[in-house]
Design a protein around this ligand. Structure first.
Ligand code: ZN
Length: 439
């Protein structure tokens, strides 16, 4: 379904009157006047999210209403889309005669930021029985006291403002990705600064590397070839086997868009989202080249933080936990070992690397387990004034943050972590083995 949004009070009618047993709802979107997306992107993304939200809750959008670059906090600002929605709710149907049984929106503050508008919205919504309000958190009953209280609470914007904004941001990232917009961050090897156009030389190298790898060449040999040609990464580093692997297994080489380390699929079709950039290879070749590696070394497993070529002249830690982990094993006399855990190659696909104590050799723990534990500690448990800003969290979780920066964040929260030895033959991931010593 394609949405076309005109700026200012746009109304879009969707074709077809049958809703297939789904609840027909009206979709509303608004961007504020200080929004950077006056071209309608913001509104379009919101409407797209609304479609997904509706689908997730057994509803279908029968009409979309929007106000581009219109404030909802200032008195006297006319919002034609909102006015139209109110009129249609009172009337109970769209211009085309399609009944409306509810409203879907990304967040309450898109609809109202002033008590007058809240009152107007609720009066219109509840003017007929059996209506619902849907947002990404779920379905609300607007007739219940709780439904109303929830709406009033969201007026109490000050405290919730940040939360609401960050929620919108994460949906916004998703909608951007689904439209195939390239990742922000450093330019990927193989493309020009616009991240769309192929880099004439680099893209040829990547294409050749995929072909060489498929005919059995080692990635280290490919990296050596690149070094001999004087090729450097987009940040000046020398290629090595690992960076070549990351470059040729990144889904972007065949045009696929990933987000948070997972391929994205178009909700309507189930097909992978295809990015707006020029591809280097085909999906078939990308799948084939990925199959030549163990899952642990693939781009999708490791995220985009590691793949870009970095300056290899100074040795940099290659794992999140390196330097932060102390051995929690006890020696026979009862004293704690306290040795540093160092990363080394692991033996299983699930744990391509492990952190081990070289001092007593009694404590070893899965690398990915520790790294996930650290991420959880920082985002879920580091409460209070030291909370990580939402924008930082976003960049970390969408894979746009390099290892260096992640390690700095870890270091700003913990002095180190004590790692308890595991139980022999117990292969479940026990996150509690990593015990933080907060700063
Ligand atoms: Zn030890």
């Amino acid at each position: 379904m394609v949405l076309i949004v005109e700026s200012g009070g746009a109304v879009i009618q969707h074709g077809g009157s049958e809703t297939g047993g789904l609840i027909p709802v009206a979709s509303y979107a608004r961007t504020s006047e200080d929004s950077r997306q006056r071209d309608g992107h913001g509104v379009r993304y919101q409407l797209r999210i609304n479609e997904r939200t509706a689908r997730d809750h057994g509803c279908v959008v029968v009409m979309a209403y929007s106000d581009n670059a219109r404030s909802a906090s200032k008195a006297g600002v006319v919002r034609p889309g909102f006015d139209r929605l109110m009129a249609d709710l009172v009337r109970g149907r769209t211009d085309g005669g399609q009944p409306i049984k509810g409203v879907v929106c990304v967040a309450d503050d898109r609809l109202y930021r002033r008590a007058e508008d809240l009152a107007r919205f609720f009066a219109a919504l509840t003017s007929s029985p059996g209506r619902i309000y849907v947002d990404p958190q779920g379905v609300r009953d607007p007739y219940s006291q709780e439904g109303l209280m929830q709406a009033v609470r969201s007026l109490d914007a000050a405290a919730t403002e940040t939360r609401v904004r960050s929620r919108r941001l994460s949906h916004w990232h998703w909608a951007r990705a689904v439209e195939g917009v390239p990742h922000s961050g450093p330019r990927p090897f193989g493309w020009l600064e616009d991240r769309i156009t192929l880099h004439p030389e680099e893209s040829k190298l990547v294409e050749q590397a995929i072909s060489d790898r498929l005919s059995g060449k080692a990635v280290r040999a490919i990296a050596r070839d690149w070094c001999e040609l004087g090729v450097t990464g987009t940040r000046g580093g020398r290629p090595n086997g690992q960076t070549v692997t990351q470059i040729i297994t990144a889904p972007r080489v065949c045009g696929y868009r990933a987000n948070r380390g997972e391929l994205l699929f178009v909700p309507e079709t189930g097909e992978p989202v295809v990015g707006q950039w020029q591809p280097i290879s085909t999906p078939e070749l990308w799948h084939a080249v990925c199959a030549t590696f163990s899952p642990g070394s693939l781009f999708l497993h490791r995220g985009s933080g590691a793949p870009r070529l970095t300056d290899s002249r100074r040795p940099v830690p290659r794992h999140l936990g390196t330097g932060f982990l102390r051995c929690g094993a006890r020696s026979p006399d009862g004293t704690a070992c306290g040795g540093a855990l160092c990363a080394q190659k692991g033996r299983s696909q699930r744990s391509p690397y492990v952190y081990s104590c070289r001092n007593c050799r009694r404590c070893s723990i899965s690398g990915p387990l520790v790294d996930t534990a650290l991420e959880r500690l920082i985002f879920d448990q580091a409460h209070g004034c030291t909370r990580v800003p939402d924008t930082t969290r976003q960049r970390w979780q969408v894979g746009e943050m390099g290892l260096d920066e992640k390690r700095k964040i870890v270091g700003s929260f913990v002095t180190h972590c004590l790692v308890r030895p595991g139980v022999k033959a117990d292969h479940t991931w026990d996150f509690s083995r990593v015990e933080p010593i907060w700063r």
